[in-house]
Ligand binder design. Structure first.
Ligand code: ADP
Ligand code: F6P
Length: 505
């Protein structure tokens, strides 16, 4: 007899620090629901959308848990899955989110140890909040649920779930890079975190380099672990149980971006942007406010271009969009000031009566506006000092409907492993090399631009978010996304044929 649960019983439970939406209290006292930013939300929303699963996370608010649950319930129907908030108070946000997650793990995992603040109080609150997430997950669990925990803020959740007696298969995906042993060892709690990771049945990382680093840490630092390579997986046996480690580069919902980029509202936006900047090649940077994104280096590279190649003055404009993020952490506040100083220095030095070199935007853009910039700009400058993957570069390619734009990409973005052959690869610390790359992109013949962009788009299309989630699930539970129900009332008509033609062209 078939013991498999009916597909309708399979539930996907996504657990991440943040829910896909952020709740903000307006002065009048009512709650406003705004879309979250960051790669994790962009990637996972289409996976859960309309599937009737559950997303567990923090709402971004520090008060009124009962009211928040109410607001989220009303929002469930819009997104097609259930949102469950884990309450976190102001002091806990300070220590768990600002502190351990973003002043220790975030910089350390991005090889920026000089940015770390190793305060012992942070760790205790990190453990406490990870326990709270585990309790929320365990509170309403079915044996057939697939639990998928995400990112560095929640490494310790599996260990607590096991203590609570949960026997479901547990998977974890790390969206950031994983550091090599010499850097990981700087973490005072490295041994607890490494063992916690091995409490998951499956640990996915972005690139082969991250997998190599993680396996190297386990081999070197956990003397009682036994590691065996099995095809593209590594099996780790520790304390009598097995865990697997493998790399799965995350993708985007290519189809969704490309279709949305062709909408008339975006088309009008593209025309307005181009009209306003007539005669100028447009170079685009889009990043969360974060020191890992290399924004000051990029601005210096642009200044270097204007200085060394005076003939491009008046003929090139840098559009730099910075999305507010982690406001309240001093290093982020200082970075904002630094960026604004650099922008005004460049504009002060090179502007003319009819041209301003840097068009700077500091706010969260609406989707049409973001896609409008993706389509209107001739060159994208994606130059993080280090990045787990970087989805902006993939979104830019998906939106390049004319297949005529150029991607300049940091060799230290996870995406470089997939896109490096067709992008112009740069070292983000090398300001002159970046300036040369912009100059080269401006003068690149159309045939070359098209050849490269077609290859980029094909790669992003073939390794999209559905490919990612299916390969991950196949490896972890031998299932695909189709084994999880889609709620009929949410299914949108889609002409897949029409779409694949758009990619072929
Ligand atoms: P990270 O996860 O570090 O922020 P990524 O490049 O992987 O970096 O992801 C950034 C995500 O944020 C992208 O999916 C992008 O579409 C989204 N994003 C970019 N600009 C905005 C914006 N103005 N408002 C909301 N989301 C944005
Ligand atoms: O992709 C890395 C990541 O830290 C995600 O975990 C997170 O959702 C996103 O960047 C945005 O950061 P935050 O949630 O701290 O605003």
């Amino acid at each position: 007899m078939d013991q498999q649960p009916h597909p309708r019983e399979n539930r996907l439970i996504v657990v991440s620090n943040r829910l896909p939406c952020v709740l903000e209290k307006e002065p009048a006292g009512n709650w406003r629901v705004v879309a979250g930013s960051g790669g994790l939300v962009t990637a996972l929303h289409p996976v859960l959308r309309d599937r009737g699963g559950v997303w567990i996370g923090w709402s971004g608010a520090v008060e009124d848990p009962a009211e928040i649950a109410e607001v989220l319930r009303a929002h469930d129907r819009d997104v097609g899955y259930e949102l469950r908030a884990v309450p976190i108070n102001r002091e806990e946000v300070e220590r768990y989110y600002h502190g351990y997650s973003n002043e220790i793990l975030w910089p350390l995992f991005h090889d920026l140890q000089s940015q770390c603040d190793f305060l012992p109080d942070y760790w205790h609150t990190y453990v406490k909040i990870n326990r709270r997430f585990a309790e929320k997950v365990a509170a309403d669990l079915r044996p057939s649920d697939f639990i998928w925990v995400h990112d560095y803020q929640l490494i310790d959740v599996a260990h607590h779930l096991r203590e609570l007696g949960v026997t479901n298969r547990l998977a974890f995906f790390l969206h950031t890079p994983f550091p090599p042993p010499d850097i990981f060892l700087k973490l005072p709690e490295w041994h607890v975190l490494l063992r916690s990771l091995m409490a998951y049945d499956f640990v996915g990382v972005q690139t082969q380099r991250d997998r190599h680093n993680l396996v190297h840490c386990i081999r070197r630092l956990l003397k009682d672990a036994h590691v065996k390579a099995e095809g593209h997986l590594h099996r780790v046996t520790l304390d009598g149980r097995d865990s697997h480690v493998a790399s799965f580069p995350i993708g985007i919902d290519f189809q969704d971006f490309a279709v949305a980029a062709a909408a008339p509202e975006v088309e009008s936006m593209v025309q307005a942007i181009r009209e306003h900047n007539r005669g100028s090649r447009l170079v685009l940077g889009v990043d969360r406010l974060d020191y890992t994104k290399g924004i000051p280096h990029r601005l210096r590279a642009f200044a270097n271009l204007l200085e060394r190649f005076p003939e491009v003055r008046g003929r090139v404009t840098l559009v730099q969009v910075v999305v507010p993020s982690r406001i309240g952490i001093p290093k982020y506040d200082a970075l904002k000031v630094h960026i604004e100083q650099l922008v005004s220095e460049i504009n002060g030095r090179y502007s003319s009566v009819d041209w301003i070199p840097v068009h700077y935007v500091f706010r969260s853009l609406g989707r049409d506006e973001l896609l409008g910039y993706y389509r209107a700009c001739h060159i994208a400058l994606v130059t993080p000092l280090k990045d787990g993957m970087n989805l902006v570069c993939k979104e830019y390619c998906a939106c390049s409907l004319e297949q005529d734009s150029v991607l300049i990409l940091s060799q230290f973005a996870g995406a470089a492993a997939q896109l490096g052959r067709s992008a112009l690869l740069v070292n983000p610390n090398d300001v002159e090399q970046m300036a040369d790359a912009i100059y080269k992109a401006m003068r690149m013949p159309q045939a070359d631009r098209r050849r490269r962009m077609r290859r980029l788009r094909r790669n992003v299309y073939e390794h999209d978010i559905h490919w990612w989630v299916n390969s991950f699930m196949r490896a972890v539970i031998d299932k695909e996304l189709k084994d999880f129900p889609v709620l009929e009332e949410f299914v949108l008509p889609f002409d897949g044929q029409q779409w694949s033609r758009a990619v072929e062209e």
